[in-house]
Design a binder for this molecule. Sequence first.
Ligand code: PBG
Length: 322
Amino acid sequence: MRFVRLRKNRINQRIRDLSSETRISAGDLVMPYFVIEGKHKVKPIKSMPGISRLSIDNLVRDIKEAGRSGVRSVLLFGVCDKKDKFGLEAYSETGIVQRAVAAVKKNIKDITVITDVCLCGYTSHGHCGILKAQGDIIDNDKTLEILAKIAFSHAEAGADFVAPSAMMDGQVKAIREVLDRNNFKAVKIFAYSAKYASNFYWPFRDAMGSSPRFGDRKDHQMDFRNSDEALKEISEDIKEGASVVMVKPALAYLDIISRARQAFNVPIAAYNVSGEYALLKNYSQNRESEKKLVLEILTGIKRAGSDIIITYHAKEAARWLK
Ligand code: PBG
């Protein structure tokens, strides 16, 4: 009888490590943060055990700590308490994200700051754009102007990457043009390119108070039955000037990551979103089992083809990977 002895490479940990096809390290991970007004504030998010909304002083302290574990990139979300119909606070020079970016950049060396560029956390109706005068439909092109203003204000504050997540057509182009025109050629776009209308976002919306007050996001975020369409979205974003493209969520979308990897040679990010984090937190029995689960999941996302993983596990995972 003839057969192949594939077990050879699994004989012990040393050999397994030497021949492993996928490697993951702290440098691949991006830690998301929710920033709130005030001082010395820590506001736990019930649906996301272990994750809290932090005031800027605590944010700086926490990122320093994460940095000691090896986290080198963060994604910032502002929790806004001055919402209105137009989301004006989103591009205020003294807005929460703008001040947070400046504080992080001033106090921490060697940190990559990415900012989320969207309106849903800033509008009273909770939609990702400006609504048309009639009815509840988002005005795509008006929203582009606002997104560009938001991105510009983040760039002025010192962001390395701006990350448009509104899923408006042309958003990358609109932002790229404004940045280039204003001497922010070095500020890069981290595009939420294939962002699906997913049921995995609700803990995030809870944390941000950003749920749509009526309707849903299905007229701009992608239908989860589609994958060719994701490649189209990504391809357009690359043409419009994205430096990194993203697939979001991650776990039910590994096929999309894999197809994107085969089709494009730009850095690909995957967003392991809030609902995925919450699921795992509820499943894991103890710290040791949680560690193994998280590393299996993050490795799987990497193996599918992503270079970068945005994950609420980043801080802990970095420590484990050290
Ligand atoms: C803003 C935005 C959302 C997330 C990131 N940016 C929510 C949404 O589209 O409603 C979700 C992130 C997560 O669930 O962890 N549009």
